[in-house]
Design a protein around this ligand. Structure first.
Ligand code: NDP
Ligand code: GDR
Length: 371
């Protein structure tokens, strides 16, 4: 693990393949590298031969669980192709410093206060990180280009289907935005900042408008993972009830591993653009419950209770993407479908619950109820 003064940590390619010689390697900078998408994108780029630099924020606990498997002890730093540095999207000076120091070819802005419901609780902070944070990073890139004259830097902004909000499906790049939360409004601002820097300064900047994407690494307070964690724990007897909010909301759920490839593909085009990334299939939360509980022979109705605490002041009812442009121009398509995604997440969470059960039975852990 990193020491308290060590702001650089490092990693190798996950499949162990030999990297390209240093002079030929591309350099990527990822904000939000410790998040779900950051971890998949790092694996993807390391496998493509990139050097990857990630910006992590200071936390009172280590927050690198999702990338620890590609971490290499800094004492073996000559083998390392992933490096981590402290920065924060609320701190413009840190962003400018690392852009200047690292001089990346590709910048992926994935960092965000990404929980929609939480954004109603901390709207000001959400706007600062999600909207103004994107502006700070764009400005750091622009200033770096102005100072160096470089022409080989590309920028990716993590946009969201939440920007469509109340506008009915199917939603494509030409669908009007009608955001329904402080998070979604902030993502709209970040989207337009990105468009503006493209138009005003000629920056190669792309907005990926990604619909929900999930995985076994999904944060445990997003609905899919909350459900699959509960399925695992109920299956092994660590939990009996699951409290949820609106079961009728419909989402276009894909697999995060597929979606990070689309991010990279956008930056490999001749011209920058904005792209919807989606499976084009939508399911309600109730359908996700049916599929995940049903997969392990449980009936969700025996376990799920509605808690109004999880209802949102304004909800997004129905999201279903039209990814025609990404399919046609990028050649991208999702590989993992809905049922396969559910199985992947439930399988992993049943195994995780079994390991928890061993600790609980041995008296090393409390059988906590749901997070
Ligand atoms: P996560 O919530 O898993 O990860 C968010 C990342 O942002 C974490 O690394 C987090 O760090 C970091 N972060 C949060 N606040 C700050 C800050 N102030 N400064 C620096 N870093 C910060 O999100 P996902 O991986 O799921 O999503 C990636 C991006 O894509 C986000 O911008 C999200 O809004 C967007 N998006 C996600 C979709 C999805 O379905 N997953 C769909 C559409 C868009 P830490 O680990 O310390 O918390
Ligand atoms: P979302 O994801 O808001 O679409 O944002 P989330 O999984 O939080 O909610 C999806 C839907 O499920 C309903 N729901 C619940 N949600 C949560 N979190 N917890 C519950 O108990 C619960 N019960 C029902 C919600 O009301 C909602 O309708 C995600 C994030 O990753 C964003 O960052 C990203 O931009 C969008 O996806 C696309």
């Amino acid at each position: 693990m990193a020491s308290e003064t060590d702001t650089t940590r490092s990693g190798s390619t996950p499949n162990g393949s030999a990297p390209d010689p240093p002079e030929r390697r591309k350099v990527a900078l990822i904000t939000g590298i410790t998040g779900q998408d950051g971890s998949y994108l790092t694996e993807f780029l390391l496998n493509k031969g990139y050097d990857v630099h990630g910006l992590i924020r200071r936390s009172s606990n280590f927050n690198t669980q999702r990338i620890n498997h590609i971490y290499i002890d800094p004492h073996n730093a000559h083998k390392a192709r992933m490096k981590l540095h402290y920065a924060d999207l609320t701190d413009a000076s840190s962003l400018r410093r690392w852009i200047d120091t690292i001089a990346p070819n590709e910048v992926y802005n994935l960092a965000a206060q990404s929980h929609v419901a939480v954004s109603f609780e901390i709207p000001d902070y959400t706007a600062d990180v999600v909207a103004t944070g994107a502006l700070r990073l764009l400005e750091a890139v622009r200033s770096h280009i102005a100072a160096t004259g470089r022409t080989d830097i590309k920028y990716y902004q993590a946009g969201s289907s939440e920007m469509f909000g109340a506008t009915p499906p199917p939603q494509s790049e030409t669908t009007p935005f009608h955001p329904r939360s402080p998070y979604a409004v902030s993502k709209c601002a970040a989207h337009w900042y990105t468009v503006n820097y493209r138009e005003a300064y000629g920056l190669f900047a792309c907005n990926g408008i990604l619909f929900n994407h999930e995985s076994p690494r999904r944060g445990e307070n997003f609905v899919t993972r909350k459900i699959t964690r509960a399925v695992g724990r109920i299956k092994v007897g660590l939990q009996s009830k699951l409290f949820l909010g609106n079961l009728q909301a419909s989402r276009d759920w894909g697999f995060a591993g597929d979606y990070v490839e689309a991010m990279w593909m956008m930056l490999q085009q001749e011209k920058p653009g904005d792209y919807v990334v989606a499976t084009e299939e939508s399911h309600t939360v109730e359908e996700f419950l049916e599929a995940s509980f049903g997969y392990v022979g449980l009936n969700w109705r025996d376990h799920v209770l509605i808690d109004k605490r999880y209802l949102r002041p304004s909800e997004v009812d129905n999201l279903k993407g039209d990814a025609t442009k990404a399919k046609k121009e990028l050649g991208w398509k999702p590989k993992v479908g809905f049922q396969e995604l559910v199985k992947m997440m439930v399988d992993e969470d049943v195994e995780l619950a079994k390991r928890e059960k061993v600790l609980v039975d041995a008296g090393y852990m409390d059988a906590q109820q749901q997070p």
